[in-house]
Design a protein around this ligand. Sequence first.
Ligand SMILES: Cc1ncc(COP(=O)(O)O)c(C=O)c1O
Length: 396
Amino acid sequence: MIKTANRIANVEEYYFSRKLAEVRTLDTPELRVINLGIGSPDQAPSSPVIDALIASAKNPAHHGYQSYKGIPAFRKAIADFYANTYNVALNTETDILPLMGSKEGIMHIAMAFLNDGEEVLIPNPGYPTYSSVANLVGAKLRPYNLREDLNWGIDIDALKKSDLSKVKLMWVNFPHMPTGRTASREELKELVDLARKHQFLIVNDNPYSLILNDSPMSILSIEGAEEVALELNSLSKSHNMAGWRLGWVAGKKEYIDAVLKVKSNMDSGMFLGLQDAATEALKNGEEWFTALNKVYAERKAVGKKLLDLLGCTYAEKQSGLFVWAKAPAHVTDVEKWIDEILYGTKVFITPGFIFGEAGRRYIRISLCCTVESLNEALTRIQKHLEAKHTEQIVVK
Ligand SMILES: Cc1ncc(COP(=O)(O)O)c(C=O)c1O
């Protein structure tokens, strides 16, 4: 048996990679699993996107390696999207690097900026990949709590009082997953100022800005951000293209060049058909987002009913593809409770502990599921709770 590298000793296989395999074993034609777990949009991209992919794939000249920096048309479409959506001017040539989804960018940025033992500020709760990647590159994790009493905001005063001298990188993610919290311009400005003062890189991971959110914002629109900030963005959620693996990182040339140094040694560019399709997707206008958000708002209303039935509490206003909710006080072990629901109803809900210690009392439901399925989940859970109630009476 060959011993694996030390760097993977503190990293586990991604939770969903393990758990969804278990969930799939429960799926039968008689009773299908209802997956309220991951944020993988179940609707199709706009039809011009599919047409662009097909047309591009039919061209025999489109199947070779592509530029490491993406085609100019895709980068131009990203720059236009940033100008129109966030009022941010990006240089098409120097400030944008297309990625195969924003997730890979988390690794590339960590590899480009973090030395062994340097500290990384990571939101707790937060997207688990930030911690795994920090472990993989040998950096030191510095989780910072998002506080429920601040409506899941960052306690910036506490951060300011702490020793930030060894911090090299701070991950922020607004609109935040899993809590759905957005940040105000003032909060982002304070964070950018902190990064400038202590000379660390601040990276906003921004894939949810156009989902159930009235004021999409980019960290790059904050004064002074260009000196210290990068932003990851993605077509996965807002354009229903999660499986296509299309995203990008934006920021100033020197930082983008550093990320390219890593990335260009790892892959050999992105299939031209995907880039043509992405260029088309970025033309989706207001009508697209209005229709998309109408669907998610309808689903959210049913999702909230389901959470009410479970006795959970939640903030009314949450952006993004999920509803984050606190489990009722009588539940002592939320992970066990979620498994009990899964095995009793075949409805899968994400337990909050996977997002960090601060998520232990919480659950997250995804809106990537039809209203019909959500209603079916509601019915199953209702029956399950009634059966449990009857069981308890009989035992007494
Ligand atoms: C906060 C956050 N960042 C990044 C990602 C990855 O997105 P992509 O599909 O662009 O890699 C996700 C996906 O769930 C996410 O929730």
